[in-house]
Design a protein around this ligand. Structure first.
Ligand code: ZN
Length: 195
């Protein structure tokens, strides 16, 4: 049986489906992969900018990078891959585990998304427990929390642990149902686990 026949049959037979997505699905919306080097950011190493050390060394620089990326992301639209997943909710229980921080799954209509690496459209305080969605551009960078300390993007940086609550939920969801690793669009399904 061919791969897509197997996938199709598994989707038909499954009551609940977990999709695991990464940068590939966002790339089709015109969002460069994390390691893509664009414009004036070419001279910076993204692996280094996305770190807690870089943030404390030069918070303005790191914030400018994230603001640039956030604006590109807000200008992008979900693609047919995102919509294929969200439309599946009409027929099945669907969970999306994503490494992407762009919120495109939610914008396409997916309602059950676990963001393993956080979200570029959220902020959190470096000291207190404040978190919020970013709803407008900042007047200056780095933005400050009401408590007086710096705010940061609510993303997981190199050297930081994933949110334990989200990770535990992701493991639970992925271990009890049909899991499909979704790389770019439904045309390119790389690997499926039929556990
Ligand atoms: Zn605070």
């Amino acid at each position: 049986m061919k791969m897509f026949d197997i996938v199709s049959q598994k989707l038909n037979d499954s009551r609940k489906i977990v999709f695991v997505t990464g940068a590939g699905i966002s790339q089709e919306s015109g969002i460069p992969t994390f390691r893509g080097k664009d414009g004036h950011w070419r001279k910076h190493d993204p692996m280094r900018l996305a770190s807690i050390d870089a943030f404390y060394d030069d918070p303005k620089l790191v914030w400018e990078w994230y603001e640039d990326r956030r604006k590109n992301i807000l200008a992008a639209k979900p693609n047919e891959g995102h919509f294929a997943i969200s439309n599946m909710e009409k027929f099945r229980d669907v969970v999306v585990l994503t490494q992407n921080i762009d919120g495109l799954h939610q914008r396409s209509g997916s309602t059950n998304v676990l963001e393993l690496h956080g979200s570029i459209i959220r902020i959190k305080c470096t000291v207190c427990n404040f978190t919020a969605n970013i709803t407008k551009n900042f007047e200056s960078l780095p933005p400050k929390c009401g408590c007086g300390n710096m705010l940061r993007p609510d993303v997981v940086w190199f050297g930081e642990a994933l949110s334990q609550d989200i990770w535990k939920n992701a493991i639970k969801e992925a271990s009890c149902c049909f899991t499909c690793e979704y790389i770019t669009t439904l045309r390119k399904t790389k690997r499926c686990n039929f556990d």
